[in-house]
Design a protein around this ligand. Structure first.
Ligand SMILES: NC(=O)c1ccc[n+]([C@@H]2O[C@H](COP(=O)([O-])OP(=O)(O)OC[C@H]3O[C@@H](n4cnc5c(N)ncnc54)[C@H](O)[C@@H]3O)[C@@H](O)[C@H]2O)c1
Length: 255
């Protein structure tokens, strides 16, 4: 155990971030790299993943960018091996962040769109976590950070599919935290709120935006960089006694 700035130091600890070309994923990849982690930046959009990795490298960090559709079990296995190869053959931090929304009122949700949202959030996290498990460090530095949402905690109008997936992610997080404790792997979930492409519609629609801001005690949206530090915390020695938790980084929306 180190203290001072070393408490958050991730030097040499490899990380794999899914959906890492997006608003939050890219900020998390950059923050983990800034803390010293070699990062495998993965996304369904390979060019965008490569661009995030290039920026990290240009900033003095270590990163590679690869294609990973989290619904593809074989690709998840290849990505886990590649991420582990960035350090000593072990993977230290897996961030299951990839996600989409498909808003619709319940009566209008068709089975395909319901299934797609479940597949990307829940089955995707299942694939990536099973793929990562053989490589995850068992010396107390192994971490799984699942990205959930206020929708999974409190429900959201017009997002039954997304809320069901994100609540499922919380259940998976808690059960895995119990199972993997014996391997000293810590499993937590983080519920962020940030200005990203995913939240663009709600932020730019005047009525939705006013309603939403009225529910956020801090009365503003965070930039993705503002939520990324909490991921570094959960990945670091500073969180060595934290497992099975849902950390909301959302301006007080859920409390
Ligand atoms: N932005 C918010 O306020 C907010 C709130 C709660 C939860 N979240 C969650 O945070 C995570 C990141 O969201 P964001 O706001 O950065 O969204 P975003 O749309 O900016 O990024 C999502 C990323 O996921 C990628 N992706 C989509 N489908 C994929 C797939 N099948 N495989 C791999 N990658 C895929 C996209 O290409 C994109 O780069 C998501 O899990 C989202 O549900 C976001």
């Amino acid at each position: 155990m180190t203290y001072g700035n070393g408490l958050f130091d991730l030097t040499g600890r490899s990380a794999l971030v899914t959906g890492a070309a997006g608003g939050i994923g890219a900020a998390v990849a950059r923050a983990l790299a800034a803390a010293g982690a070699p990062v495998l930046v993965t996304d369904v959009d390979p060019a965008a993943a490569a661009a995030v990795a290039e920026r990290i490298t240009a900033d003095g960090g270590k990163a590679d960018g690869v294609a990973l559709d989290v619904r593809d079990r074989d690709a998840a296995g290849e990505a886990a091996a590649r991420a582990a190869a960035l350090s000593d053959g072990r993977l230290h931090v897996l961030v299951n962040n990839a996600g989409v929304t498909a808003p619709a009122m319940f009566a209008d949700i068709d089975e395909d769109s319901f299934q797609k949202v479940l597949d990307i959030h829940l089955l995707g996290a299942f694939h990536c976590t099973q793929a990562a498990l053989p490589y995850l460090a068992t010396d107390g530095t192994g971490r799984i950070i699942n990205v959930t949402s206020a929708a999974g905690l409190t429900g959201t109008l017009g997002q039954v599919n997304y809320s069901a997936a994100k609540a499922g992610v919380i259940g998976m997080t808690k059960s895995l935290a119990r199972e993997l404790a014996r391997r000293k792997i810590l499993v937590n979930a983080l519920a962020p709120l940030a200005a990203t492409p995913m939240t663009q519609t709600i932020r730019t629609d005047e009525k939705f935006s006013q309603q939403m801001l009225a529910r956020i005690p801090l009365r503003r949206w965070a930039e993705p960089e503002e939520v990324a530090g909490a991921f570094v915390f959960l990945a670091s020695d500073a969180a060595s006694y934290v497992t099975g938790q849902v950390l909301a980084v959302d301006g007080g929306l859920v409390m």
